[in-house]
Structures are given as C-alpha cells and as structure tokens.
Design a protein around this ligand. Structure first.
Ligand code: FAD
Ligand code: NAD
Length: 465
C-alpha cells in the first residue's frame, strides 16, 4: 500500500479530523478503496482513555495505552495520508479545512488548506471550567495523555516537597492533601487509582508522610457517579469511606487559588480548603474550532453543548459533514462507546454511498448501451435501491464500568430487559478483562499486562521525571 499513490483524482476525498475514539473506529472500518483519505490530528496516536487514570499514578506507562494512527492506516488497501496538525478552521461553504503544525519544530510550511468532499468532524471536547477563576493556572486535568504525565510529575513533586527537610507538619498536611473536583467517572476513577498509589507505594517509600496523606472528592450534586444505579453509588461511597477518601457532595468550587480552593456548601457558606494538588474533572465543553463552526451556522447550530446532527450524524446546516463523538450534542452520553459505534456506522455509510455512486455510473452506461438487456438494468436498479437504504444510527449500550480503587470496580450491565448492577473484586477482574480485550492491538495488550505484572511484583515507580 505504501507504494500506491495517496491521491486518486477520480475518487472523492474524505478528511478526518481527530485520531480519538470516533475517528479511529471509522478508520478501522472504512474501505479506502473507494476514497482518498486524509487524517489530521494534533496527536499522531489513538489514546485508550479508559486506562488514562492508571497512567496518572504510574500503574500503567503512557506508551502502553496509545497506538500510533499509522499502525491502523498502514494496513489499509490504499495509502491514507496522516498529518500531525491542528485543524484551525473549517469553511463549510467552500468545503475546505485549514490546519497547522502546532509542534515545537516547524518547517518552511506549517499551515495549509485542503478541500474535502466529505468531512468527518471528530475533534472531541475540552475541559469544562465554567470560567471559574484560577483553574487553568493552578489545577491539573485528566483528559489527554500529557495531562496524565504532568499529573504524575506534579504528584511526586508534592510528595518530595512535603518530605523536604524541616517542612512544618501543617505544610505537610497541605501538600499531601489532594483534591479531586468532579464526582463523575473521571474524578472517581482517578481518586480510586490515587488511593492505591498512596496505600500500596507511598506508605512504604515515605513512611514519614503516611499519616498526612489525604484525598478529598468535591462534587456539586448530592452524590457521585450520577449515571450509575443507586446501589452502585452507595457502594462507591462506602468503599471511599472505608478507604478514607472524603466525599464532599453538594459542594461547589467557586475559585481555585495557588494553595487553597474556595468552595460553597449547601448552606451557601464559603470556605477555603488548603491543597497540594488539585485535579479538575468537571466534564466537557466544546473546543474553540467547534464554537467557530457553530458560528458559521447560527440558524441551526444553537446548542452550547455541542454540534447538532440528524439521525444519520450529518451536521445540520452543512453539506458533506458528519460530526461524531464528544463534539456533538445528542441524546447519548459523551462516551467512548458512543463515539466508536458512531465511527463504525459512518464507515459503513460511506461505503454504501460509494457503492451507490458506482452502481449509478454502471446504470448510466447500461442505459446508453444498445446491448444492455432490460433484466440487467433492473438488477442494477435493485442493487441501487438496496445500498441507497441507509439506516439511521442506532446505539447499542454495552454497560457502564468504573474502577473505584482497592481492586474494586462497579458495573451496570444491560441484561435481557433489565440491568445487572455489580460491584467488588470480581467486577474489578471483569473490568480488567473487558479493557484488555478492548485494547486495539496485541502490542497494547502485552504492554498493559506487563505493566500490571510489574506493579504487582515491584510496586509503582516513585521517581519524578
Ligand atoms: P476523543 O477521543 O477525545 O478524540 C478527539 C481527537 O481529536 C483527538 O485525537 C484529538 O487529538 C483530536 N483533536 C483535537 N483538536 C483537534 C483539532 N483542532 N483538529 C484535529 N484534531 C483535533 N468513555 C467510556 O465509554 N468508557 C470509559 O471507561 C471512559 N473512560 C474515560 C476516562 C477518561 C480519563 C476520560 C477523559 C474519558 C473517558 N471516557 C470513557 C470518555 C471517552 O474518552 C470519550 O467519550 C471519547 O474519547 C470521545 O471520543 P471522540 O472521538 O469524540 O473524542
Ligand atoms: P462528568 O460530566 O460525568 O462529571 C463531572 C462532575 O463534575 C459532575 O458530576 C458535576 O456535577 C461536577 N462539577 C461540575 N462543576 C463543579 C464544580 N464547580 N464544583 C464541584 N463539582 C462540579 O465528567 P467526567 O467524569 O469527566 O466524564 C465525562 C464523560 O466521559 C462522561 O460521559 C462519562 O460517562 C465518560 N467517562 C466514562 C468513564 C467510565 O465509563 N468509566 C470514565 C471517565 C469518563
């Protein structure tokens, strides 16, 4: 495939923005025989986000949970163009995308504009901060791979600073107080992983700090994990209690300062809580490029939550654009499950559309051919009708899973017409096996299994990079 020309002027061009769940599952499914395919993403890899919290404390290494996009595209029948760059703007009228090399090293060309026939818009979302003061300056996030690496480094910095000679006990308490804001699955999973790191490793490597370690989870709503069933919420809250993770529910963060966070409780009273590390996991909002895209279509794109699409995932108000995953505002939750099913669906739709065009060309030539038999024409018409019948996107929910620490997980699994809610160590083993089998490649499976074994044998690495 590498030898083949990437661009065939007789074929339509699909531009894919992103290399996350939606884009990658589309690339896996897409038959590149029918189209020229161009992929643009600021990261030249796919990130398996469900295991990102494990990277932030060193249970897994960063490279174990990523897969270069070229590993996927190199197996395609025709060469796919892959560019590391950030799409800066989409012109839906002229059907072009402008993208830029935003890495440190730049060549003579670092920005360019390309045309598309079909655009697969799958840029995901960014962290929601609600404009709260101090978050960008002082908090850590847990959304992308560099976030997890930065978090791991900052965490160890707090530990080493707390262990510094002559540090006062009150300052050690502050430095070793880790606050997680957001009791959704990201915040809960991170708090669970962090607990394991503190108990399994830090207690023995830094015994002098053991009594000062403290995790708090702050959530504005009355409980954590609102999308999980009631009994699993209770199970998670009691597991956290047993693990000495404080849950502050009905508590809103109002401002993040350098060493303290300002919160407001149910009684509207404001109080300041000292911290060493604060992790912001309060959900998603649209990226700037998505907001700019909405602004081009003000009459139809009026949802702040994300892009509006029809039931075939076509962007409302634009021709030839499909929007998938977290950048959209649909009935579905912004999850990897939804994004990957949408990617697969669009891969199928594009194949059907290409087949339809091919058949229509055959029909046109048959109709002008003196030798064509009526039954031949009829057969082609039938085939066209078959491929023209493109069904709307249908989501099939496979269940929700979350790791909550101390080798326990919670799972809501659809079962016949009901739901199986389960939590504990057996669910944790199920969680591990589900993720191992969902990882994209044998290489990733091997690396993740190896990391788990390494941690079991030697513990997590506490050196600060
Ligand atoms: P993403 O996967 O975020 O991909 C977006 C892509 O677009 C990225 O490759 C990015 O680099 C690229 N991009 C960004 N800006 C641009 C630009 N300007 N131009 C071009 N490309 C761009 N969901 C689950 O179902 N189960 C889980 O267990 C789970 N765990 C999670 C754990 C964490 C820590 C997080 C943060 C999320 C988790 N999710 C989980 C949610 C899931 O990761 C998202 O719903 C999913 O990633 C959405 O897929 P997407 O393709 O829309 O976006
Ligand atoms: P989320 O939106 O699910 O949760 C964010 C939480 O932060 C909310 O409960 C909200 O009430 C709280 N919050 C917001 N502002 C606050 C404030 N100022 N003070 C205190 N609390 C505040 O976000 P998430 O956990 O990052 O998840 C994002 C998406 O990714 C969801 O769809 C989720 O299902 C998915 N996800 C799934 C998994 C999993 O299945 N294991 C793991 C991670 C993420």
């Amino acid at each position: 495939p590498g030898e083949q020309l990437a661009h065939d002027p007789s074929k339509k061009t699909i531009v894919v923005l992103g290399s996350g769940w939606a884009a990658t599952s589309l690339l896996k499914k897409l038959d590149t025989e029918y189209y020229n395919v161009v992929v643009i993403s600021p990261h030249n890899y796919f990130l398996f986000t469900p295991l990102l919290p494990s990277v932030s404390v060193g249970t897994l290494e960063a490279r174990s949970v990523i897969q270069p996009t070229r590993y996927i595209t190199r197996h395609k029948t025709r060469r796919v163009e892959v560019y590391e760059g950030e799409a800066k703007s989409v012109d839906v009228k002229n059907k072009t995308v402008t993208f830029e090399d935003n890495s440190d090293i730049k060549g003579a060309v670092s920005t360019t504009t390309i045309p598309y026939d079909y655009l697969i818009y799958a840029v995901g979302a960014e962290n929601q901060t609600f404009g709260i003061k101090g978050i960008r300056e002082h908090a850590c996030f847990l959304k992308e791979l560099p976030d997890a690496e930065k978090l791991r480094t900052r965490l160890m910095d707090c530990v080493e600073t707390a262990a510094f000679k002559g540090q006062a006990p009150s300052e050690i308490d502050r430095l070793m107080h880790i606050i997680v804001v957001g009791g959704g699955p990201t915040g809960v999973e991170f708090a669970g992983e962090l607990h394991d790191f503190l108990v399994d490793d830090l207690h023995s490597w830094y015994p002098e700090l053991a009594n000062h370690l403290h995790i708090s989870l702050i959530e504005a709503l009355p409980n954590v994990l609102p999308v999980f069933s009631k009994q699993l919420i209770q199970y998670t809250e009691s597991t956290f209690k047993a693990n000495k993770i404080d849950i502050l529910t009905r508590t809103m963060v109002k401002e993040v300062r350098e060493k303290t966070v300002l919160v407001q409780g149910e009684n509207k009273e404001l109080r300041e809580i000292p911290y060493g590390l604060l992790v912001w996991a309060a959900g998603n909002t649209s990226r700037q490029i998505t907001r700019d895209l909405m602004a081009q279509l003000p009459n139809v794109q009026n949802q702040r939550r994300g892009l509006l699409v029809d039931d075939h995932l076509r962007l409302l108000g634009a021709d030839g654009v499909f929007a998938l995953g977290d950048c959209t505002a649909t009935l579905y939750a912004p999850t990897a499950q939804v994004a990957s099913q949408q990617g697969k669906y669009i891969g199928r739709v594009l194949e059907q559309m290409a087949k339809k065009e091919q058949l229509e060309a055959t029909l046109r030539s048959l109709r002008v051919s003196p030798d064509a038999k009526p039954e031949e024409i009829e057969a082609v018409v039938k085939q066209i009708n078959k491929v023209a019948n493109i069904k709307p996107f249908h989501y099939s929910h496979q269940g929700s899973l979350a790791y909550i620490g101390s080798e326990k997980a919670v799972a809501d699994l659809p079962l016949f017409n009901g739901n199986l809610a389960t939590g504990g160590v057996a669910t944790f083993l199920f969680w591990r096996s589900a993720y191992i089998s969902n990882l994209l490649s044998l290489r990733n499976r091997f690396l993740v299994l190896n990391d788990w074994m390494k941690v079991k044998l030697f513990g997590r690495d506490v050196s600060r990079e």
